[in-house]
Ligand binder design. Structure first.
Ligand code: HEC
Ligand code: HEC
Ligand code: HEC
Ligand code: HEC
Length: 240
C-alpha cells in the first residue's frame, strides 16, 4: 500500500512537471506582443520573415525556386514539407497548423525568435507597471524560466541550418531547399545574420525594466545603437 501511494505521488509530480513544461511552450501569435511593442512590430512587418508565407505562393520567387529545383507554379502554402519553417510554432502547442491556419501565426513572427509567449508576456506587463510606478526592476531569469529565449541561435538554426550535411547537430527532415550548395548566399552565419535589422527588426531603446542574466550577447551593443520608440510608451500598461 505504501508502495502504491509513493507510486501515485511520483506520477502526480511528473504530471505537474510535464504540464508545467507544456504550459510554458504555448504559442499565441504576434498580436499580443505587437499591441505593446508597436515600434518593433511595425519594423518587423517590412522584413523577409514577415513575408515568409508569400514565398510559398505560386508564381513568387520564381528564380530562387527553379535554382532549388522547386516548381515555381506550385502552391506550397499547405505543403507540410514547407510550411513548418515559414510559420510560428509548427508542431508545438498553440502553433500554426495547416488544418486550422491562424493569421497571427503565419510567417516567422515574434515567438519564433523570442519563444512562445503565453507564460512570460504577463510578466512583461507586471514588470513594466512596477518599473513605471516604483522604479523596481525584474530579473530576466523569471522570463527565461517561462520560456523566453535570450540566446536565439538554436531557434534560428532549426530553420536556417536544417539540411543534410549541415554543421548543426539537430538537423532532421523536412529540410530547407535553400542550402549553401544551391547558392553560397544561403550560408548561415549567426553572428552576422542576427545583426541584420532588415531581417529581425530595428532595435528601440529600452527603459531597463528587465535586468541580469540571461542577457543576449549583443544586447548592450544593440541598445547602444537603438532608436527611440515611436509611440508605444503609454501602452506599456496595456492589457495582455
Ligand atoms: C521558423 C523558422 C525561422 C526562424 C526561427 C528564423 N528564420 Fe530567418 N528566415 C526564415 C525564412 C523562411 C526566411 C525567408 C523568408 C522569405 O524570403 O520568404 C528567413 C530569412 C532570413 C534572413 C534574410 C535572408 C536574406 O536573404 O535576406 C535573415 C538574415 C535571417 N532569416 C536570419 C535569421 C536569424 C538571425 C534568426 C534567429 C534570430 C532567424 N532568421 C530565425 C525562417 C526562419
Ligand atoms: C527547415 C526549414 C525550411 C523548410 C522545411 C523549407 N524552408 Fe523555405 N526557407 C527556409 C529558410 C531558412 C529560408 C531563408 C534562406 C536564406 O535566405 O538564407 C527559406 C527561404 C525560402 C524561399 C525564398 C528563397 C529566396 O532566395 O528568395 C522560398 C521561395 C522558400 N523558402 C520556399 C520553400 C518551399 C517551397 C519549401 C518546401 C518545398 C520550403 N521553403 C521548405 C527554411 C525552410
Ligand atoms: C528573426 C528573429 C526575431 C523576430 C522574428 C523578432 N525579434 Fe525581437 N529581437 C530579436 C533579437 C535578436 C533581439 C535583440 C535582443 C537583445 O538585444 O536582447 C530582439 C529584441 C527585441 C526587443 C528588445 C528591444 C529591441 O528593440 O531590441 C523587443 C521589445 C522585441 N524584440 C520585440 C519583438 C516583437 C514584438 C516581434 C514581433 C513583431 C519581434 N521582436 C520579432 C529577434 C527577433
Ligand atoms: C502588456 C504589454 C506587453 C506585452 C503583451 C509584451 N511585452 Fe515585451 N515588454 C513589455 C515591457 C513593459 C517591457 C520592458 C520594456 C523596457 O524596459 O523598456 C518588455 C520587454 C521586452 C523585451 C526586452 C527584454 C530584455 O532583455 O530586456 C523583449 C525581447 C520583449 N519584451 C518581447 C516581447 C514578446 C516577444 C512578446 C509577445 C510574446 C511581448 N514582449 C509581450 C511589455 C509587453
Amino acid at each position: 500500500m505504501k508502495h502504491a501511494i509513493t507510486h501515485i505521488l511520483a506520477i502526480l509530480a511528473m504530471t505537474a512537471f510535464f504540464s508545467g513544461t507544456v504550459l510554458a511552450a504555448d504559442f499565441e501569435g504576434r498580436t499580443k506582443c505587437s499591441s505593446c511593442h508597436k515600434s518593433q512590430a511595425k519594423s518587423w512587418n517590412d522584413t523577409a520573415h514577415a513575408k515568409a508565407m508569400e514565398s510559398l505562393k505560386p508564381g513568387t520567387r520564381k528564380e530562387a525556386k527553379i535554382k532549388a529545383k522547386l516548381d515555381p507554379d506550385k502552391d506550397y502554402t499547405q505543403d507540410k514539407d514547407c510550411v513548418g519553417c515559414h510559420v510560428d510554432g509548427w508542431g508545438k502547442k498553440g502553433g500554426y497548423t495547416v488544418e486550422t491556419p491562424k493569421k497571427p501565426l503565419a510567417a516567422v513572427g515574434c515567438e519564433s525568435c523570442h519563444g512562445p509567449g503565453k507564460s512570460y508576456r504577463g510578466d512583461h506587463r507586471k514588470g513594466g507597471q512596477a518599473f513605471e510606478s516604483k522604479g523596481t526592476t525584474m530579473q530576466r531569469k523569471v522570463l527565461a524560466d517561462k520560456g523566453q529565449d535570450f540566446h536565439f541561435e538554436e531557434a534560428c538554426s532549426a530553420c536556417h541550418l536544417n539540411y543534410e550535411g549541415s554543421p548543426w547537430k539537430g538537423a532532421k527532415a523536412p529540410y530547407t531547399p535553400f542550402t549553401p550548395e544551391v547558392d553560397a548566399k544561403y550560408t548561415f552565419d549567426f553572428d552576422k545574420m542576427v545583426k541584420d535589422v532588415k531581417a529581425m527588426h530595428e532595435h528601440y531603446k529600452l527603459d531597463g525594466t528587465f535586468v541580469g542574466e540571461p542577457k543576449f550577447k549583443f544586447h548592450d551593443e544593440f541598445q547602444a545603437n537603438a532608436k527611440e520608440k515611436v509611440a508605444d510608451k503609454k501602452d506599456k500598461k496595456g492589457k495582455d
